[in-house]
Design a protein around this ligand. Structure first.
Ligand code: PLP
Length: 436
């Protein structure tokens, strides 16, 4: 008998972020996806799943979007890839210009990579190298926030504070100082939590700023730790403190950029600009791996020199891949042609109206939302998340709680019926996953 796709996958593919034995035991289902359309994924047995988590927060405008498909088909006939050291091409130039304009002209220099973690690495290296080029080589320490997540390569893990991802590799990491998070759940009010975290930042900077290159934050929502949300006030305070103590502010918008929090970039809600802005995930509409670090002219000029070693000698083979850049341009076209942020405001209100009643559930804590991200915590045992995941799949929805935090981060193209189904299934799966 021929092996199924699932059997072949379990034999040959080491799946990410997974204890593979949980697949073998059936505790964690493995979906064999044959195709996707709009917000739906279809498996090889003909079952379908509404993608409530945008395939790991990347998909914005649905699977197999006709407009992004068309742009990619056109690009395929022109240029699939070219080395970006010593060569350039229209998609990477146009994308850099458009991203620069979207950031108000303040971050006009774009450095590309493939995944989110590589953008984190680049921002950290660029910051420390800036200080070295500026005659302050001792400024090479980093600050990050409790519960923060910036990727899983060693440099990125060094500024990540999630034990399950970090602990096994702790001896390999160069530690950063972990400061209190402004997580709104931890204060008497979101503003009080922001103020408290900013006070801790100020105290740390006052004492250590001479050794510190940069503070890295996930603006407004610390996603991977369980959708911890904070008030924009924290970002304003952090920006002012970084200016006062001459420390860079790195905004990691890999998960929260591209409209997820309601504005195109999350940091806009604080009326600030970072020194480095890291973007990935939604940048290609969820099609291809692409990340970018955007930075200021001041940073760029510190590397601009006759000496090669003062340049930023960092590269990845697929840096600025033309296909990925074309997908990104098509994604930006959809944003402007369809007034997506305006439409999302109404969609987010509808989702909120349907989900918010769950806040009254006796085992639900801290219902929260920001833009198109919705979350709540559940008082339950450690197995809750997996039971919820399975219960949602049985009801045609792909949802993966983080620990005991249930969240929605759907693609932006859901229609009313899909919104209704997703929200109904959240309630049903919650009841199904809680013990009687
Ligand atoms: C805020 C943040 N930074 C960095 C990353 C890492 O991105 P990637 O998984 O593409 O390496 C993620 C991924 O979830 C993220 O949420």
């Amino acid at each position: 008998m021929q092996a199924t796709l699932l059997q072949r996958s379990l034999a040959a593919v080491w799946h990410p972020c997974t204890q593979m034995r949980h697949h073998a035991s059936g505790e964690l289902p493995l979906l064999a996806i044959s195709h996707g359309k709009g917000a739906w994924l279809y498996d090889t047995d003909g079952r379908r799943y509404l993608d409530g988590i945008s395939s790991w927060w990347v998909n914005l405008f649905g699977h197999c979007n006709p407009r992004i498909n068309a742009a990619l088909k056109d690009q395929l006939e022109r240029l699939e890839h070219v080395i970006l050291a010593g060569a350039t091409h229209e998609p990477v130039v146009a994308l850099s210009e458009r991203l620069g304009a979207l950031a108000g002209g303040a971050l006009g220099h774009c450095f590309y990579a493939s995944d989110g973690a590589s953008a984190t690495e680049i921002a950290l290296k660029m910051s420390a190298h800036f200080w070295r080029n500026s005659g302050q080589a001792e400024k090479h320490g980093f600050l990050c926030l409790a519960g923060g997540y910036h990727g899983e390569t060693l440099g990125a893990l060094g500024v990540t504070d999630i034990p399950i991802f970090r602990d096994a590799y702790a001896p390999l990491l160069r530690p950063a100082a972990v400061l209190p998070s402004p997580d709104a759940r931890q204060g008497a009010s979101p503003l009080a939590a922001a103020e408290c975290a900013a006070t801790a930042l100020e105290q740390h900077l006052a004492e250590h700023h001479e050794q510190i290159a940069a503070l890295i934050v996930e603006p407004l929502v610390q996603c991977a730790t369980g959708m911890a949300m904070h008030d924009p006030d924290y970002l304003g305070r952090a920006r002012a403190l970084c200016d006062r103590y001459r420390v860079h502010l790195i905004c990691d918008e890999i998960a929260v950029g591209f409209g997820r929090t309601g504005t195109f970039f999350a940091h806009e809600q604080a009326g600030i600009r970072p020194d480095f802005l890291c973007l990935s995930k939604g940048i290609t509409g969820g099609y291809l791996p692409l990340s970018v670090v955007m930075t200021t002219d001041t940073i760029y000029q510190a590397f601009y020199d006759d000496a090669t070693a003062r340049g930023f000698l960092h590269s990845h083979s697929y840096t600025g891949n033309p296909l990925a850049c074309r997908a990104a341009l098509a994604t930006l076209d959809i944003f402007s042609q369809d007034a997506v942020l305006v439409a999302n405001t109404a969609k987010a209100e509808r989702i909120d109206a349907l989900l918010r009643p769950l806040a009254a559930h006796p085992q639900v804590r801290h219902y929260r939302r920001r833009g198109m991200i919705f979350a709540f915590d559940v008082d339950a045992d450690a197995g809750f998340g997996r039971r919820f995941h399975r219960a949602a799949l049985e009801r045609e929805c792909l949802l993966r709680p983080i620990g005991n935090t249930v969240y929605l981060m759907p693609p932006y193209i859901l229609d009313d019926a899909e919104i209704e189904q997703l929200c109904r299934v959240v309630g049903e799966a919650l009841d199904a996953a809680l013990p009687e």
